[in-house]
Design a protein around this ligand. Structure first.
Ligand SMILES: NC(=O)c1ccc[n+]([C@@H]2O[C@H](COP(=O)([O-])OP(=O)(O)OC[C@H]3O[C@@H](n4cnc5c(N)ncnc54)[C@H](OP(=O)(O)O)[C@@H]3O)[C@@H](O)[C@H]2O)c1
Length: 215
């Protein structure tokens, strides 16, 4: 597939790299310096290149949205027409200093996003993992049991695309249902981040649920 990365930081940079190494054609876009995007494309060692958000969106089979909540409108404006596109979003609706969700309880960032891009197909995925574990999950032998990763959305075809990408990274995709389920996933993602970055165990803690199940 051709995958446009909208936001090439910790999440977008790593996921885009993994997608390229899994054989997809990737366009890295949206960083403050073009050098960052060129460096990422070169290091990905697959069919990857640097571009603008409009380049990333053009002819893309899927777009990964991986920007801070405050940058969503700007990156979408730069991407242009995303009608009919599959948008896989890991972006959490956080406030400026990342201390709390600005959309919660009765809605979710994923639902707000879907209302902004009514003609696109939004799937919420990847927000439950810290970026630091992505390369390790991708490198893990495929024979071992895969960690699971929940995703949700309304459009079944779009969800199938997202599930394929989740598998490519090395996770076992778990269909969590319609987009409104993101109301529960987003606070969970925050808990994982809290455990990973403010607890003592680091990103590995995100997998404690998985390990617990295996015991
Ligand atoms: N990091 C995680 O482990 C994690 C886990 C789950 C969910 N998330 C969610 O994923 C989303 C992305 O997080 P992240 O950690 O990947 O963020 P990040 O590292 O800050 O990446 C955001 C990207 O947006 C770019 N950007 C910011 N302002 C810009 C501007 N004015 N013009 C052009 N580009 C700009 C950044 O450019 P620069 O590279 O130049 O800064 C960077 O490439 C967030 O919504 C977050 O809540 C993150």
């Amino acid at each position: 597939m051709r995958i446009g990365i909208l936001g090439s930081g910790l999440m977008g940079g790593k996921l885009g790299t993994v997608f390229a190494r899994a054989g997809h054609e990737v366009v890295f876009s949206y960083a403050r310096s073009r050098q960052t995007l060129t460096r990422l494309a070169r290091a990905a060692k697959g069919r990857a290149r640097a571009g603008t958000p409009a380049d990333a969106a053009r002819d893309a089979d899927a777009l990964l949205l991986a920007v801070h909540w405050s940058r969503i409108d700007d990156v979408l404006k730069q991407a242009g027409d995303v009608s009919g596109k599959v948008i896989v979003s890991c972006s959490l609706p956080m406030n400026h200093d990342d201390t709390k969700l600005v959309v919660a309880h009765t809605s979710s960032g994923a639902e707000v996003l879907a209302r902004k891009v009514r003609r696109a197909h939004v799937v919420a995925a990847f927000s439950t993992v810290p970026s630091e574990v992505l390369f390790d999950v991708f490198a893990a032998p495929r024979k071992t049991r895969r960690p699971s990763l929940a995703y949700c959305g309304e459009d079944e075809d779009a969800k199938e695309v997202a599930a394929g990408l989740i598998r490519d990274v090395g996770f076992d995709p778990v269909d969590a249902g319609p987009l409104r389920i993101a109301r529960y996933i987003e606070p969970f993602s925050l808990l994982v981040a809290q455990l990973a970055y403010e607890g003592k165990g680091g990103p590995e803690l995100a997998y404690r649920f998985e390990r617990y199940r295996r015991m």
